[in-house]
Design a protein around this ligand. Structure first.
Ligand code: ATP
Ligand code: MG
Length: 235
């Protein structure tokens, strides 16, 4: 018996001659919140995109006891992994409702899904018919989160939730993540705001130039100076 949800083994991503990820071993347990840290260009987004099958990679990905290596994104999503991409990637001309529907599985019972979602994110209720591009940054982040939740994931990969948001809005986003955690949802959070995410996460990995340089319990990393070295080391 193991409570491991996700494992990547020797995960490697190349873009032509650029080796963005050079063999990383990651693990996420059921219900666990894992931070993925690292300076710009370290390979964080590439790691998430590989896990959800959006880019080609070497190595293997196992989720909930199944080998998902090389599986198409649709299957990965139906197995229970969902991603909130860096920069939210909403369709600005579409309404909130239309954006959310893009995250729904093909045969989903949409009304029931919406009811569940709006219970978790009530602020979206009055925005459903508003064009996504006219929402504030914080609201757009909530729509991006909600879209990812439409597939009822067991594991949510979140790429830079606080990007471009004012500190009080970041607080609100993390409050939502805290509520989601209580439902048992596991998360991998890529975050530039290292201190904030280390206070939130159970465990963390820190990448530099495509490799995992450091890993451990978030509270241990928070207490040590190692994490600062990783950040300053590349500078
Ligand atoms: N589509 C692409 N084509 C070519 N190179 C790419 C592509 N996407 C990413 N890269 C390169 O791969 C490396 C890792 O990029 P990635 O986006 O994974 O980093 P990151 O850790 O998410 O960085 P950031 O913090 O800036 O978002 C970088 O050197 C980047 O320039
Ligand atoms: Mg990135």
């Amino acid at each position: 018996m193991s409570d491991t949800l996700l494992t990547t083994t020797g995960l490697a991503v190349s873009y032509g001659a650029v080796k963005a990820v050079r063999g990383s071993d990651l693990e996420v347990k059921e219900g666990e919140v894992v931070a993925l840290l690292g300076p710009n260009g370290a390979g964080k987004s590439s790691t998430l995109r590989a896990i959800v099958g959006l880019i080609k990679y070497q190595g293997s990905v196992t989720f909930a006891g199944e080998d998902l290596t090389g599986a198409p994104t649709e299957r990965i999503v139906s197995m229970g992994i969902s991603m909130v991409p860096e920069g939210r990637r909403l369709f600005p001309q579409l309404t909130v409702r239309e954006n959310l529907l893009l995250g729904a599985p093909r045969k989903a019972k949409i009304d029931a899904l919406f009811d569940e979602l709006l219970e978790k994110l009530p602020i979206l209720r009055e925005r459903l018919n508003q064009q996504a591009g006219t929402l504030s940054g914080g609201e757009q982040q909530q729509v991006a989160l909600a879209r990812a939740l439409m597939s009822k994931p067991r594991l949510l990969l979140i790429d830079e939730p606080s990007l471009g948001l004012a500190p009080t809005i970041v607080d609100a986003v993390y409050q939502i993540l805290a509520d989601l955690r209580k439902t048992g949802l596991a998360m991998v959070i890529v975050e530039q705001e290292v201190m904030r995410v280390l206070k939130f996460a159970d465990r963390a990995y820190a990448m530099t130039t495509g490799q995992i340089a450091l890993q451990g319990r978030a509270e241990d990393l928070l207490a040590s100076n190692e994490i600062k070295k990783v950040y300053l080391g590349g500078a």
